[in-house]
Design a protein around this ligand. Structure first.
Ligand SMILES: Cc1ncc(COP(=O)(O)O)c(C=O)c1O
Length: 391
């Protein structure tokens, strides 16, 4: 079977380095945050072209902490795209705000930036564009709308570590960027992991506060922001106790493990090469898949797509998937239910037909194998099979 994604080939290619990095952490006795995480935060921020990075438990938490840092809460609205993994909308709901959905485009599949402005109300506090499938949303347009209406922009970069838009890296264009290091992601660790990147010192400190129970000096800053008062740094006497035992706002326990950071530090220097290889595979798919019964994704004019997944649209998806499986090729669906039609959001009052592009993608989109270690023979087989499908 040709898998959709496969992790052991990458592990094998870096086995010695990864094993040494993991063992070093095990021997260190320092397992949460610490030097490995601090170093990785620096390296990842430099990679993204941002000043700061905050290592957190996973990509979902990165979104939650970024929203909290932006002061988003009860009564606020956050505009996002109807086509994403559930976590994007879940994070908005978790902080007590209301997700407001716009459609994706019918060819690049990222947030339809032209549809955003009409959704802005007096309650809107932020926009979360998703760099879906590895391609950046149209950030110039989104940032312009945000500027006009004084909104935060939080980039969901979970599927796009290393993607670019007009020469800028995903995560460096909004107020904050949220990354996932879930194992299957372009930069994946060996468990859960995530990061918030930002250029803004205050947001950096607020994310640091919210990842450790709203404690310490950064927690005090968060308290001041919440109450709308100026707080003097150093104004609290911790009486020689650990500042982490002094809590100022309700936060989370969401920190990156040293083990994950150590593995990610080994992998980061390879990320651009892996993304480039994904681009080469995509180039073959784009050039050699010629079956007219299959619609291929469009790469927007403004950037580099890093093909976290390669999604086709087909008429009868079930029969396509069964056919591919018969021929030993795995496929996947990202995602079968658009966010506005998820049962959990029924009270928001959306109906089928509200987001036609997202609904078509949810019903007809199908991902074919995509990971850097795919062999040329495997790619040949995928292309030949897709071309021979009698849709
Ligand atoms: C677009 C998007 N946002 C957020 C997340 C959440 O990331 P994590 O699984 O690390 O919590 C994912 C992960 O699949 C994702 O694809």
């Amino acid at each position: 079977m040709i898998p959709l994604m496969e992790l052991t080939r990458q592990y094998k290619s870096l086995e010695g380095q990864l094993d040494r990095a993991a063992l070093k952490v095990l021997h260190s006795g320092k397992y949460i945050l610490g030097e490995e995480v601090a170093q990785f935060e620096k390296e990842f921020a430099a990679y993204c072209g941002t000043k700061y990075a905050v290592g957190v438990g996973n990509g979902t938490d990165a979104l939650v902490l970024a929203l909290l840092a932006a002061g988003v809460g009860q009564g606020d609205e956050v505009i996002t795209c109807a086509m994403s993994f559930f976590a994007t909308a879940e994070a908005i709901a978790v902080v007590g705000a209301k997700p407001v959905f716009v459609d994706c485009t019918d060819d690049t599949y990222v947030m339809d930036a032209a549809a955003v402005e009409s959704k802005v109300t007096g309650h809107t506090k932020a926009i979360i564009p998703i760099h879906l499938y590895g391609q950046c949303a149209d950030m110039d347009k989104i940032n312009e709308i945000a500027k006009q209406h004084n909104l935060y922009v939080i980039e969901d970069c979970a599927q796009a570590a290393g993607a670019q838009y007009k020469g800028k890296k995903a995560g460096s264009m909004g107020d904050m960027g949220c990354v996932s290091f879930f194992p299957t992601k372009n930069l994946g660790c060996a468990g859960d992991g995530g990061m918030v990147v930002t250029d803004k010192e205050e947001l950096y400190r607020l994310c640091q506060a919210y990842r450790v129970h709203g404690s310490g000096e950064n927690g005090l800053l968060a308290y001041g922001k919440k109450k709308g008062i100026e707080v003097e740094p150093g104004s609290i006497d911790f009486h020689g106790n650990l500042p982490k035992y002094f809590n100022f706002v309700i936060g989370h326990n969401s920190r990156l493990d040293a083990l994950q950071a150590a593995l990610l530090r080994v992998k980061l220097p390879y990320l651009d090469g892996w993304n480039q290889r994904r681009g080469e595979i995509a180039k073959r798919y784009h050039g050699e898949i010629t079956n007219p019964a299959v619609k291929k994704p469009v790469c927007g004019a403004f950037g580099s797509h890093i093909y976290y997944v390669f999604v086709l649209e087909v008429g009868d998806r079930d029969s396509f998937r069964a056919y591919m499986e018969e021929h030993g090729i795995a496929t996947g669906v990202y995602f079968p239910v658009p966010l506005h039609l998820q049962k959990v959001f029924e009270d928001l009052g959306y109906h089928p037909g509200d987001m036609p592009n997202a609904e078509i993608l949810a019903g007809h989109g199908v991902a074919i194998p995509m990971f850097p270690e795919l062999s040329e023979e495997e790619i040949d087989k995928v292309i030949n099979c897709v071309n021979a499908w009698e849709g």
